[in-house]
Design a protein around this ligand. Structure first.
Ligand code: PLP
Length: 441
C-alpha cells in the first residue's frame, strides 16, 4: 500500500531541531504543500506565511523558475567535486552575487547554511590577519543576544543564553559587546531607534582590555533577527565601523536574515550605508529551497591569501557541497526571480503599509513594544509572571489555528513575510494577530 505522506504513522524517529518534541508530537502541525504566500496543512487548511518559512522564502513558495531550474540541473549535472574541480553554475552564481553586492565585495565563498557561513567568515578573519603579518590577532568579538547559528564558533560569538549554556566552555578568546535593546528609551520606535549609539563605544573598552593587536574581528547582525528583531540605533553601526578601522579589526556583518531584500535593499550594509569587510549570507540566497550559504569578501581580504607557490591551496577550508550544482542552479533562478519581479524594491514600497498595520496593534493587551523595518516586524509581549515564553507561544498556536504563521522567540512575536506579500495579506496577518492578542490570557 502506498505511504500516506500527509499522515505519517510514527513521529518518534525524527528528533526535531529547536522544537518542543514531546509537545509537538502530541499535536503535530504538518505542512504538506506551499504556493505563493500560503502553506497547506495536512488537514487541508491554507496558512498564510507570515515568516517566509524561517526568514528565507523571500520570493514566496513554489516559484516556477526555481522549481524548473532545480529539476533541469538534477537531470544534467547532479554533483561535481567541490575541491580542485569546478562547474559553470557555481562561477556564474558567484559573479551574479558580486554584481548584486555593494562594491567592495568582489569574492564569494560558498557554504551550505548560515551557520557554516559564520564559521567560514570567522576562520577567514583569523587566517587573513595571519596572512598580513598580524598573527597575534586571534580574538573574536560578538554581541549579547546575537545569533550566528549553532556551530561552535557561531555559538561562541553569539549571545543567546540557551544556545550557549548547555554546551560547555565554547571557544576561548571571545568577548561580547552589550546588546542594543533599550525598551525604556526606544519602545514603539518605527525604524532605527534614536538611543543607543553609545553602546558601540564599549568596543573601545574591550579592545583596550585585550590589546588591539590581539583582536581579529567583530561580528554583528546589522539588524538582530532571531533574538527578537532589534534594529541598530542611529549611528551605532557607523561607530562600530570607525572603531574597527582605527584598530585594524575586521568587521563582519551577519546578513543571513537581512540579505536579499528583507530591508528593501540587497543587503543591510547598503541600507545602512555602512560597509563591513565580510558579509555572511544563506537563507534567501536560494529562497530557502536548497541549503546554501555564501561569504562575501573584499578584494583586499581575498588577495591577501593569493601568495606563495601557485600550486598550493590558499585557504584550507571548504565543504563537500560548497557551490553544489543544484544549489547553484537554485541560487541563480532565485536571484533572477528577485530581479525580474523587482522584489527588493517591492519590499521597500510595502514597508510603510506594513509599518502602519503592525503599529496598529499597540493598543492590544500585553503589548509592551513594537518595532519594524523593511518587511520585518516584532511585537513584544509582557511575559506571564513566572512562565516566560508561554504567552507568545500561545499566540503562535492560536494564529496557526486561525490560518496564519508567525514566529516567536521568548515573548517576542517576529514576522517577516515573503516579499511578494499583498496589502490584503498584511491585513489578514495583523487582523488575525489582533484577534488572537485580544483573547490571550
Ligand atoms: C543572523 C543569522 N546567522 C546565522 C544563522 C544560522 O543559519 P542556519 O540555520 O542556516 O545555519 C541564522 C539563522 O537564523 C541567522 O539568523
Amino acid at each position: 500500500m502506498a505511504l500516506d505522506r500527509s499522515n505519517p504513522n510514527d513521529l518518534s524517529a525524527f528528533w526535531m531541531p529547536f522544537t518542543a518534541n514531546r509537545q509537538f508530537k502530541q499535536n503535530p502541525r504538518m505542512f504538506v504543500a506551499a504556493e505563493g504566500m500560503f502553506y497547506k496543512t495536512a488537514d487541508g487548511r491554507d496558512v498564510l506565511d507570515g515568516t517566509a518559512g524561517l526568514w528565507c522564502c523571500n520570493a514566496g513558495h513554489k516559484r516556477p523558475r526555481i522549481v524548473e531550474a532545480i529539476q533541469a540541473q538534477a537531470a544534467e549535472l547532479d554533483y561535481a567535486p567541490a575541491f580542485q574541480m569546478g562547474h559553470p553554475k557555481a562561477f556564474e552564481l558567484a559573479t551574479r552575487l558580486r554584481d548584486l553586492a555593494p562594491e567592495p565585495f568582489d569574492h564569494v565563498f560558498f557554504t551550505n547554511s548560515g551557520s557554516e557561513s559564520v564559521e567560514t567568515a570567522l576562520k577567514i578573519a583569523i587566517a587573513y590577519q595571519r596572512a598580513i603579518g598580524q598573527g597575534t590577532r586571534t580574538r573574536l568579538i560578538g554581541r549579547e543576544r546575537g545569533y550566528h547559528g549553532v556551530n561552535f564558533g557561531g555559538v561562541s560569538v553569539g549571545g543567546i543564553v540557551n544556545n550557549r549554556k548547555y554546551f560547555g566552555a565554547l571557544l576561548t578568546g571571545v568577548d561580547h559587546l552589550p546588546h542594543t535593546h533599550l525598551p525604556d528609551q526606544n519602545a514603539f520606535t518605527r525604524g532605527q531607534p534614536e538611543h543607543g549609539a553609545y553602546l558601540a563605544e564599549d568596543l573601545e573598552r574591550i579592545v583596550a582590555l585585550h590589546g588591539p593587536e590581539t583582536v581579529a574581528a567583530v561580528i554583528v547582525e546589522p539588524m538582530a533577527g532571531s533574538t527578537g528583531v532589534l534594529m541598530p540605533p542611529k549611528g551605532y553601526l557607523e561607530k562600530l565601523r570607525e572603531i574597527c578601522t582605527k584598530h585594524g579589526i575586521l568587521l563582519i556583518f551577519d546578513e543571513v536574515i537581512t540579505g536579499f531584500g528583507r530591508l528593501g535593499s540587497s543587503f543591510a550594509a547598503e541600507h545602512f550605508g555602512v560597509m563591513p569587510d565580510m558579509i555572511t549570507t544563506a537563507k534567501g540566497l536560494t529562497n530557502g529551497v536548497i541549503p546554501m550559504g555564501a561569504v562575501l569578501a573584499t578584494g583586499a581580504i581575498h588577495d591577501a591569501f593569493m601568495q606563495g607557490p601557485e600550486h598550493m591551496i590558499e585557504l584550507f577550508h571548504g565543504y563537500t557541497y560548497s557551490g553544489n550544482p543544484i544549489a547553484s542552479a537554485a541560487g541563480l533562478a532565485t536571484l533572477e526571480t528577485y530581479r525580474e519581479e523587482g522584489l527588493f524594491q517591492r519590499a521597500a514600497d510595502m514597508a510603510g503599509y506594513w509599518e502602519d498595520g503592525l503599529h496598529s496593534l499597540a493598543d492590544c493587551p500585553h503589548v509592551i513594544d513594537i518595532r519594524n523595518m523593511g518587511l520585518i516586524g516584532a511585537v513584544e509581549l509582557e511575559p506571564i509572571a513566572g512562565e516566560p515564553t508561554k504567552r507568545a507561544f500561545q499566540a503562535f498556536l492560536d494564529c496557526y489555528e486561525k490560518g496564519v504563521l508567525i514566529r516567536t522567540t521568548g515573548d517576542i512575536i517576529a514576522m517577516s513575510p515573503p516579499l511578494i506579500i499583498e496589502k490584503a495579506h498584511i491585513d489578514q496577518l495583523f487582523g488575525t494577530l489582533r484577534d488572537v492578542l485580544m483573547h490571550l490570557d
